[in-house]
Design a protein around this ligand. Structure first.
Ligand SMILES: *Cc1c(COP(=O)(O)O)cnc(C)c1O
Length: 455
C-alpha cells in the first residue's frame, strides 16, 4: 500500500526523516503542490520529466539536526559524515560541507566529487572492500582517513607508502555481529558480511599493526545496515565498539575515533515509523558515553555516517503519466516516462514508495493504479495500489522519498538518458544535473574501422 493522503497532518519538521514529503511541501488554495516555494507542475513544464527535485531546506535541516543533537547529547567531540553513496554530486558535497559535515566515500569518483565540491580532506573517510592501488594512492595523497577493510588494504598500503613518508590515517573496520531486522540485501553487520575484519580477528590485527611505519591507527568503524527503525542495534553496537576501543588502546594504538556508521531509516510509506534524528543520536551518544565511563576510558571523537536520513526525504521525482492499460476491474497500469533506470529500488529490493498527482493530490474520488516504468522488464513497477483521483491525460506524478539511492544507483538500461536534477529553495529553482541526451549515450561507443562499410 502506498496511498498518500496527507503530508501536513503528521509533519515533524525538526526531523525530516519522519516525513513522507519534504518539509516545505505545501498545497495552495487551488490544491496545487509546491516544494521549496516552487510549483511542481511548473517545474515539470520548465525542466521536463522525469525530473529529480531536491529541497534544500529539508537537506540542510537534516544536517543541522545531526550536528545539533551530537553537540547536545555527546560530551566529547563529534563529527557527522554524509555517506555520499546515497547521492553524490557537487551540490551535495557543497551543501553538507557548508553545514559542517564531513563525507564518506567509497571510490575515486566519489572522492573527487567530494574534493571538487569543497569538502575539507580532513573530514573525508575513504571506504571500500576492494580499493584499487590508484584509489588508495589518491586517498593517501589527499591525506583523507583510510578505512582498512581487509588484509589486501594493509598489504597494498604497506607497499605504496615509502619509509620516511607521512603516515596514513587509518580506521579499522570490523563486523560487530549485530543483526538488524532489515532487508537481507542491505545487511552488513553480521559475521558473514563481505565488509571489514571479523570481530574475533581484532586482537591479532591490532598486534599486526602495532609497529607499522606507514600508518597510524586512529579509529574504529562499524556499519550494521540500512533503513533501520530500531535504536537498540545501535545501542548494542556502541557497547561492542567501546570494548574494541579499549582492546586497541591496551595494545598501544592511539585510537581516538569511533565511527558507528549510518543506517537510520526514513518514512517512505505511512506505516514506516523511524526514530527521529535526535533520538537516534541520543541513544548512540549515551551508549558510547556510558560504556566509556564504565571502563574509565577517555571519550573518543564520535563519528556517524548517515546517508539516507540526510538526503532521502529531500527528494521527489516528477514523471509524466502516459499509457493506461486496464487488466481487470481491480488492476490498471499507468505507465510513466521513467522507471527502474532512475529508481532501481522497487525492482531490486521491493521497496515501497508514496506518490500523488501534483495537482489535486488529496481530492476524493479515488481509483487504484499500478505505476509502471517504461523499461522492458515486467518487474519495472514503481508503485502498486496507488490511489489517485480521476484525472485527465498527461498528468504529473510526484514520487516522494527519492533523494537517496535513486540518482546514485541510476542506469541507462534500455538506453534511457538520465533525468535532469534541480534544487529548490525559497521559490527559486536551479539546475544541478544536466539532463542526459541520447547522444551522450553514444559518446563512449566505438565502431572499429574494419566494421565500417567501404566504398
Ligand atoms: C551505506 C553506508 C552508510 C550509510 O547508510 P544509510 O543507511 O544511508 O544511512 C554509512 N556507512 C557505510 C560504511 C555504508 O556502507
Amino acid at each position: 500500500m502506498s496511498s498518500f493522503t496527507s503530508f501536513e497532518k503528521d509533519q515533524d519538521k525538526s526531523s525530516p526523516n519522519r516525513n513522507i514529503a519534504p518539509i516545505t511541501a505545501e498545497l495552495d488554495s487551488n490544491q496545487r503542490l509546491s516544494v521549496g516555494g516552487c510549483n511542481l507542475k511548473k517545474l515539470a513544464k520548465e525542466y521536463g520529466t522525469p525530473l529529480y527535485v531536491l529541497d534544500e531546506l529539508t537537506l540542510r535541516t537534516s544536517c543541522r539536526e545531526y550536528n545539533k543533537s551530537l553537540k547536545k547529547f555527546y560530551p566529547g567531540e563529534s563529527l557527522a559524515l554524509y555517506a555520499s553513496k546515497a547521492n553524490s554530486s557537487l551540490i551535495l558535497s557543497n551543501i553538507v560541507s557548508t553545514e559542517g559535515l564531513g563525507i564518506d566515500v567509497v571510490s575515486e569518483g566519489e572522492l573527487i566529487t567530494a574534493l571538487r565540491g569543497g569538502v575539507n580532506p580532513n573530514k573525508i573517510v575513504f571506504h571500500g572492500n576492494n580499493k584499487s592501488r590508484k584509489e588508495l594512492l589518491l586517498a593517501y595523497r589527499n591525506d583523507v582517513m583510510i578505512v582498512l577493510d581487509n588484509q589486501h588494504d594493509i598489504d597494498q598500503l604497506q607497499d605504496l607508502i615509502l619509509p620516511g613518508e607521512r603516515r596514513a590515517k587509518l580506521i579499522l573496520r570490523f563486523t560487530p555481529g549485530i543483526e538488524c531486522h532489515t532487508h537481507e540485501y542491505i545487511k552488513t553487520g553480521q559475521f558473514d558480511s563481505k565488509f571489514g575484519f571479523n570481530h574475533e580477528e581484532l586482537e591479532s590485527i591490532f598486534i599486526q599493526l602495532k609497529n607499522i611505519q606507514w600508518g597510524k591507527l586512529i579509529g574504529l568503524h562499524a556499519h550494521i545496515g540500512s533503513q533501520i527503525f530500531e535504536v537498540e542495534p545501535h545501542r548494542d553496537l556502541a557497547d561492542v565498539m567501546v570494548e574494541a576501543l579499549q582492546l586497541g588502546r591496551s595494545i598501544g594504538h592511539p585510537i581516538d575515533v569511533l565511527n558507528v556508521g549510518g543506517g537510520l531509516g526514513i518514512r517512505y510509506i505511512s506505516s514506516d515509523d523511524p526514530p527521529s534524528i535526535s533520538n537516534w543520536v541520543k541513544v548512540v551518544a549515551k551508549s558510547v558515553t556510558e560504556a566509556c565511563n564504565r571502563r574509565d576510558l577517555k571519550l573518543p571523537l564520535l563519528m556517524c555516517e548517515p546517508g539516507r536520513s540526510i538526503v532521502g526525504t529531500a527528494g521527489i521525482t516528477l514523471y509524466t503519466i502516459g499509457a493506461k492499460k486496464i487488466i481487470s476491474k481491480d488492476k490498471t497500469y499507468l505507465s510513466v516516462d521513467g522507471g527502474m533506470s532512475d529508481n532501481p529500488r522497487p525492482i531490486t529490493y521491493q521497496s515501497e514508495y508514496s506518490a500523488c498527482l501534483v495537482e489535486n493530490p488529496i481530492s476524493e474520488k479515488k481509483e487504484s493504479f499500478s505505476i509502471a516504468g517504461k523499461h522492458c522488464e515486467s518487474g519495472d513497477v514503481l508503485l502498486n495500489n496507488l490511489q489517485l483521483p480521476t484525472f485527465k491525460n498527461e498528468e504529473i506524478l510526484g514520487v516522494f522519498g527519492t533523494g537517496a539511492y535513486n540518482f546514485s544507483m541510476s542506469s541507462n538500461y534500455n538506453r534511457i538518458p538520465k533525468p535532469a536534477g534541480i534544487i529548490v529553495s525559497n521559490g527559486e529553482s536551479h539546475l544541478i544535473q544536466r539532463r542526459e541526451l541520447p547522444e551522450d549515450l553514444l559518446r563512449n561507443d566505438i565502431l572499429p574501422d574494419r566494421f565500417i562499410a567501404k566504398g
